[in-house]
Design a protein around this ligand. Sequence first.
Ligand code: MN
Length: 304
Amino acid sequence: MSNLEADPGEILCGPGGGGDGEVLEGRAVPLGGPRAMRVTRTLPHVRRRMIGAWCFVDAYGPEQAEMRVAPHPHTGLQTVSWLVAGEVLHRDSLGSLQVIRPGSLNLMTAGRGISHSEESRLGLLHGVQLWVALPEEHRQTEPAFEHHATLPVLSGPGFTATVFLGALCGVRSPATAFSPLVGAEVVVEGEARLPLDPAHEHGLLLLGGEVAPLRPGPLFYLPPGREETRLSGSGRVLLVGGEPFAEEIVMWWNFVGRDHDEIAAFRKEWMEGDGFGVVRGYDGAPLPAPALPGTRLKPRGRLR
Ligand code: MN
């Protein structure tokens, strides 16, 4: 998915609440098109830009929608596509052509640069689009695309977790990860005691059903130091977590970089060069990059 905000330099969102952990309220973002999906973005948040290496959490649906995200570039990150309902067709500049359905993973490693499109027919859509920032030593890696139809499952008291990226309690996804992290879909039935890695910070997002203490919309943040979290009810939860990301990054539009000049060069390459390749088969023009903000983009850490 693409960041289609008109002014992607601004991060606007409401205040959160306190309590046990921290509640990161989402904000609605436009995704373009006449039958566009309504997307709720909980990361980056004004108070918390990352959870581990996870730097972008968009949730959409369930609703009748048509996804049409024209070819656009990425750098310095991985895109993680996870569906609860519907199907989405991915195309990229490597020539990948892959339909994703619920329970399978599309993972695109942008590395030094890639472009892709995503589309669906009008129908029920429900899912999340996540980005993972690549650490310095891997961010220039060759672009790659992976599809995983079979993913490992961790079962425990009151829950079944499908681990799509990283590892949870020793259960490791076959997908390529570049930092210590976890991404999982957790189905809760009853009183769940979900094991966590105390070296990780975590975020929990309710995807469906009723699971206390979560509520629909916000991302619930849990700081490092926890060995488990208790959830109760019946529903579906997204778990993201990882070791706090130590580097400062610049996130602008669909790029992750390290300074303003690098982002400006990525933008120029997309608009004028051919370094992001060509997405073949998408019926429509590529997305133009928005104008850079009037002030220089500043590298930011995980908390500001
Ligand atoms: Mn994208």
